[in-house]
Design a protein around this ligand. Structure first.
Ligand code: ATP
Ligand code: NAG
Ligand code: NAG
Ligand code: NAG
Ligand code: MG
Length: 344
């Protein structure tokens, strides 16, 4: 880049010298300013056309809180933990290590959804941002006999990505299916180092997602319900010990025997509670609003009734959380659209 800028000047100076007429001079000067902007890495002009790295790691806490309050349903613990984590990390001008969150819970309870909301706060393009990286165990690291290759590849990627943008966000999905060796590859980046090979990782965010511990969280939530206590009264201290021990002892957790837990590099375990029917209904309403129709309570109830719930008798928690809401609504959408057409 610097070389290109120098080249522009070398071409420009003789041109200016030849063109004495003031109009030409101003046109050329204007062009030079444009060229300069387009060539320098983070210029205002360039960043209008192309995504630039957000070098400010201060997250807007108010905005994040508003997003979580409005969009994430039934997860008071996850919300509290994430806000606390972000506050500590973001208000610190030079954090000692990257932020490392481990999200646990049953299917469809909002783990990917929360990761997306958090990523959008750092890089507005969210998952589409070139500074937000999503890794899927079954897609990116499928073969257990190639762990050595994956480790090397992953370390190179992370190094390259963080050099290009210190506030890069890395999301590792399906941690339960990840070979522990692959996870250990990220360890050097998570630790309390000033920098590794001249790159500082302390402004990066690592998010691990898994279903590990989901059964334990569900059981705790069910016990709470059975003893007549309010879901909102479940506290982190009711779950956190059970979670880190439970996850650590689970051979399929991906974190099993991983030095990440050994060395306490995970800053926060974030539990996701199983969703109740009232939360499923909230998801349906949100989805209808997002698709731009008026919320029809009859359809909301129908979609919620189509979901399966556990335990079989009491039907308290949704088996798949809000996961199949979109697909179920697609079917109802055809019916609704048909109706509208018939009436119109
Ligand atoms: N707590 C929630 N609040 C609002 N919407 C939710 C919530 N949970 C899930 N959803 C909706 O359901 C969709 C699927 O949820 P998501 O992908 O986040 O589940 P997950 O926890 O990652 O599940 P899995 O473990 O199966 O991957 C989301 O895109 C979102 O629209
Ligand atoms: C970073 O962003 C925060 C809020 O998002 C703002 O208050 C702060 O002034 C910004 N800092 C710099 C150096 O731009
Ligand atoms: C943070 O977000 C809130 C709500 O979206 C907004 O009103 C406020 O101006 C933002 N603050 C900064 C410093 O960007
Ligand atoms: C510069 C660099 O190494 N970029 C990598 C960032 O991560 C992605 C994967 O999400 C790689 O494909 C890039 O090569
Ligand atoms: Mg998921």
């Amino acid at each position: 880049m610097k070389l290109l800028q120098a080249a522009v000047i070398f071409v420009l100076v003789p041109t200016l010298a030849q063109a004495f007429d003031p109009l030409t001079v101003s046109v050329v000067a204007g062009g030079a300013v444009m060229a300069w902007h387009l060539l320098s890495s983070d210029s205002w002009l360039k960043c209008r056309f192309q995504e630039c790295c957000n070098r400010n790691s201060t997250l807007n806490f108010t905005a994040l809180k508003a997003q979580l309050d409005n969009r994430l349903f039934g997860q008071h613990l996850a919300k509290d933990v994430v806000l606390k984590a972000v506050l500590g990390f973001s208000n610190n001008p030079s954090p000692k290590k990257p932020l490392m969150l481990s999200l646990h819970g049953w299917a469809g309870t909002g783990k990917n959804f929360l990761s997306q909301i958090l990523a959008e706060q750092v890089h507005p393009a969210g998952l589409r941002s070139k500074f937000v990286h999503l890794f899927l165990a079954t897609l990116h690291f499928p073969h257990h006999d190639q762990v050595k290759l994956y480790k090397e590849q992953l370390q190179n990627w992370i190094r390259g990505n963080v050099s290009a943008c210190p506030s890069s966000v890395f999301i590792f999905d399906e941690m339960d299916k990840m070979h522990p060796g692959v996870i250990d590859a990220i360890k050097p980046f998570l630790d309390y180092y000033e920098e590794v090979d001249g790159v500082s990782y302390r402004k990066a965010i690592f998010i691990f997602l898994s279903n590990a511990g989901g059964d334990l969280i569900n059981k705790a939530a069910l016990d709470f319900w059975a003893s007549g206590k309010r879901r909102e009264d479940i506290q982190l201290k009711d779950l956190e010990p059970l979670l880190s021990v439970g996850v650590f002892n689970n051979k399929n957790s991906g974190l099993w025997h991983s030095s990440i837990i050994d060395r306490n590099l995970i800053d926060y375990f974030v539990p996701f509670l199983p969703l109740e029917q009232r939360h499923v209904k909230m998801c349906v309403r949100a989805e209808m609003a997002a698709r731009g129709y008026a919320v029809d309570e009859k359809i909301v109830q129908e979609v919620a009734d189509e979901m399966t719930y556990f335990p079989k008798e009491e039907r308290i928690f949704s088996d798949k959380g809000c996961k199949t809401v979109q697909a179920k609504l697609d079917i109802h959408e055809d019916v609704v659209m048909g109706d509208t057409k018939a009436r119109g």
